[in-house]
Design a protein around this ligand. Structure first.
Ligand code: FES
Length: 108
């Protein structure tokens, strides 16, 4: 499908969900996971200020570099791993087709 990619989101119960997502709506991964109902809160609305959208990247995609704000937030977050990213900072683009992410445990 044009302008759609397929992603896999692994929820907190270790269940994989294959999701078709549009790449032309400026959606980010936090918004997508929230819409799909996988318990991602996105409390700060995507400002890199809460880490409730943390995910672990499980595929080998090259993602956009982390901003200072994202690095600072992950510095203060719980359950951070080498492959942690803030979902709200990852916008759905064609090059992210087949991306696989795991939702991190709840922050609070
Ligand atoms: S939604 Fe708050 S840091 Fe991503």
């Amino acid at each position: 499908m044009e302008n759609f990619i397929t992603l896999t989101i692994i929820d907190r119960n270790n269940v994989e969900h294959s999701i078709q997502a549009p790449t032309d709506m400026n959606l980010n991964l936090m918004e997508l996971a929230k819409m799909e109902g996988h318990g991602v809160k996105g409390e700060c609305g995507g400002m890199a200020l809460c880490a409730t959208c943390q995910v672990y990247i499980e595929s080998n995609h090259t993602l956009p570099e982390q901003s200072e704000a994202e690095l600072d937030m992950l510095d203060q977050a719980f359950f951070v791993q080498d492959n942690s990213r803030l979902g709200c900072q990852i916008y759905l683009r064609p090059e992210l087709d087949e991306l696989k992410v795991r939702i991190a445990p709840e922050q609070d």
